[in-house]
Every structure is written in C-alpha cells, then in structure tokens.
Ligand binder design. Structure first.
Ligand code: GAL
Length: 427
C-alpha cells in the first residue's frame, strides 16, 4: 500500500500516479518500502546446527528482515527434500531452501529458481569464491545458489580419554582401525558410534572408498560411475571393510540420529565416530574442547578431502517483500561477518577464500590446510552421501544397496554386482 500525504477529498486511491498527473493535485506517491521477508526451509535442528542457523536468523532480523522458519528434522536432509518436492508440487515453494550439489542445476533447469547475479555482482562473488564452489552454485553462467560453507566429510572423531584407557592409538590404516576396534570391544567399549540411517552408512562407505582406493578411484566409481570400478576387487574390499565395521557398532544403532551417536562419543560410551565436521559443531555446542575432549583425525588410509558445501537457493516469487528478503539473505550469507560467526558455530570452514583464520580452532585450520593440499594434489572429491556428486536418483541407488548390505548377510561379491546394476538403472 503506497504512502499518501493527505490529499484533497477529490483524489481517490485508484491509479494515484495517473490521477495525480491528470488532476495536478500535487500528490507525491512514494513506493512503499519492501519489508524483506523469507520463509526458510532447512534441516539444521540438532544442538550445534540450530545454534548456527540461529546466527543467520539473528543477522537477518538485525538487518530488518522478517524470518519465517521452516525447519524439517532429520540429519542429512532426505526428509527436507521430500517436504520441498511436495510444496513445489502444491505450488507453494518456500522462498529460501537449503539445497546442494547437482540438485541446484536440476531445479535451475526447471526454471524454478531466481538467479542471484545482481547480488553476486554487487558482492564480488566471482573473486571471493573458489572455482570448485562457483561451479556448484552456477548454471549456464548464472548464480542460482549462495554457498554458506565448506564442510569436510572424511573425518574420524576420537574420544582421547577412552582410547588412552584402552591403550589404543588413533589408527592410520584400516588394519590399525580394525585392531583398535577389537581391543576396544574387548575392553567393553563401543568402538564406533553410529546412527543406522542410509545417509550415515553411505558416509562410512564413501570414506572407505577414498581411504582404500584413493581420490582417482573415488572419482571413477562414485562420480563417473564406471562399471569396472564399481565391480572391481578394490570395491569388494571396501564392502569387506564395511562388514567389519558392522561388528564395531552397538546393538542399538538402528535409526539413530547422528547427533545421538555424537553424544555417545562425548559421554565416553564410544571411542570413535566417522562423520562430517558438523560433528565438531555439535561437540563444541556442548562445551567440548578440540584436542582435549575430542580429536579430529584423518580417516585411515589414503588422504583426500571429501567436500560437502551447504548452500541456499531462492525459489521464484512475484512478491516484492519476498524478493527483497531473498536478496538480503544472499548478501548476508557471503558477508565476512556471517562467514565467520556461522562457520565457527557450524564446524565448517568459510566458503569465501579471503577470510582471516584467527577465530577458527585447530580442526578448522587443519581443514583449511588439508583442502589447500588436496586442491594442489587434485584429491578433492565431492561427497556422494551428501548430494554433491551425483543426481538424486543415482545417490538413492547407492544408499539402497549400501544400507541393505550393512543390515544383512549379503556377500561383498553380491553387493558390488547389485550396486553396478542399481546405478546403471538409475543413471
Ligand atoms: C549435511 C548438511 C550439513 C549437516 C549434516 C547433518 O547434509 O550439509 O550441514 O547438517 O547434513 O545434518
């Protein structure tokens, strides 16, 4: 509703601009100031995640925005994807959505997303973002998502007190991992804290693929979907290792959320956990100190850096307030202030590459250094489990076979055969 300075009775509301011109009533019509508003669909609901999401909301509201929260519980985001699809089908998409990897291009290709080029130009995104992130968030030369962070996925989290009590060192090879796990088990400690959900099993799987096969093998199998790599002896060994790890989780693992498994590591029930560094966000949100209460270590085996970058896309909206809200949110997310506040809380490192390191702890600094080394040695790989590597249907095929294997007596030979078939069907 435009603001009106008190006009003479003769001037009615309809088409004020035209009327003012005709009548010469001396009215001035100032377009109403948009109230930046966004409804934000995300799945950051665990302790550490919601603290980080809260920082975004605070910044947005402090900048005069109206935030409508639409969280969907369920780590890994599969539940959130289902909600998103049904809302789009119902013609009622949220304004901003936590969405990553190839899904960005899929939604952009359908014309559902608002390009962010105006903000990107004004905020110099071309210069501040690393090429690998720019590639993910652009489609046909246009920005369709704003990246929030860089999460490293291939971490081993360790409770040093528990390891010391059992006289076990942090393993560097898979043989050492298995030996450590056997010793922990014999000491009555759960070797591996784990949540029985397909994305979490896929996280174990892709970590072993990288650790056993190396970055080139990972890319061949989990990105290029090469049938020879998918059915190779190396892949059989990967499944054999996954089978061993089934013996290192506790009986109550089925369906457990990742942050519940993190609690087992924190309270000393379990010695190790394999998870992306949102784990660190959870541990520090509970007051745990890196290097003292927990250690962030490389996964056993060959090195490499598994990337998972969160981002937000903006679904097209004809509403001026929502449009203004989307622009404000995109601008804030890649601002230096927010990049620091959010990533310190979330456990990730900034997406923008011109940030000072002072506020970041030893695990974040290690992540920054390891990322640089991996870029130099071409051993950065996109996380398949976290929707960075392949389209949704293909990821679904991986998750189905891997979780069926983890929860059954299927042989590793059968698993690689079923995997190659399922991936071939889905691609
Ligand atoms: C990932 C997401 C992370 C983290 C994790 C656990 O897919 O990108 O930000 O929150 O799930 O929910």
């Amino acid at each position: 509703m435009p603001n009106l300075r008190k006009p003479a009775a003769a001037c009615s509301v309809l088409s004020m601009t035209a009327l003012a011109t005709v009548l010469g009533c001396g009215l001035t019509v100032t377009p109403a100031k948009a109230e930046p508003t966004v409804e934000v669909l995300h799945y950051w609901t665990s302790g550490g995640e919601s603290k980080a999401a809260g920082a975004l909301r605070q910044d947005f509201e402090a900048a005069g925005g109206k935030w409508i929260d639409a969280p969907v519980a369920g780590g890994g985001g599969d539940a959130a994807s289902t909600v998103l699809r049904s809302r789009v089908l119902a013609g009622d998409p949220p304004n901003a959505v936590q969405l990553k990897g190839p899904n960005i291009k899929e939604w952009a290709a359908q014309g559902k997303l608002a390009p962010l080029d105006e903000v990107a130009k004004a905020e110099n995104w071309d210069a501040i973002l690393p090429a690998m992130i720019r590639d993910v968030v652009t489609y046909k030369g246009h920005y369709y998502a704003v990246p929030v962070n860089i999460h490293r996925v291939n971490w081993l989290w360790v409770n040093p007190q528990v390891m010391q009590k059992a006289g076990v060192a942090i393993p560097k090879t898979w043989d050492e991992f298995n030996a450590a796990a056997e010793k922990l088990k014999a000491a009555g400690i759960v070797p591996l804290a784990h949540g029985g959900q397909p994305w979490q099993e896929a996280g174990l799987f892709e970590g072993i693929v990288l650790g056993m096969g190396g970055a080139d093998f990972y890319k061949k199998a989990l990105v290029e979907l090469d049938p020879k790599a998918l059915t190779s002896d190396t892949m059989v060994k990967v499944f054999d290792q996954l089978r061993k790890m089934r013996g290192y989780v506790d009986e109550g693992f089925a369906g457990r959320e990742w942050n519940r498994a993190a609690a087992m590591l924190m309270n000393g029930q379990a010695a190790m956990q394999i998870m992306g560094d949102w784990e660190k966000g959870e541990l520090t949100a509970a007051g745990k100190v890196p290097g003292k209460d927990f250690v962030c270590a490389n996964l056993p085996g060959q090195s490499g850096y598994t990337v998972n970058a969160d981002s937000f896309v903006m679904f097209t909206s004809a509403n001026a307030d929502r449009g203004a809200g989307q622009k404000l949110l995109a601008k804030l997310i890649l601002g230096k202030k927010f990049q620091e506040t959010f990533n310190v809380l979330k456990g990730s490192i900034p997406a923008r590459q011109d940030m000072a390191r002072d506020s970041f702890d030893e695990c974040a600094v290690k992540s920054m250094d390891d990322l640089k080394a991996a870029v130099d040695s071409n051993s950065v790989v996109p996380s398949m489990a976290h929707e960075m590597a392949v389209p949704g249907a293909v990821r679904g095929a991986f998750l189905d076979v891997v979780t069926a294997y983890f929860n059954s007596g299927m042989t590793s030979q059968d698993a690689v055969k079923r995997l190659a078939e399922a991936v071939d069907l889905a691609k």
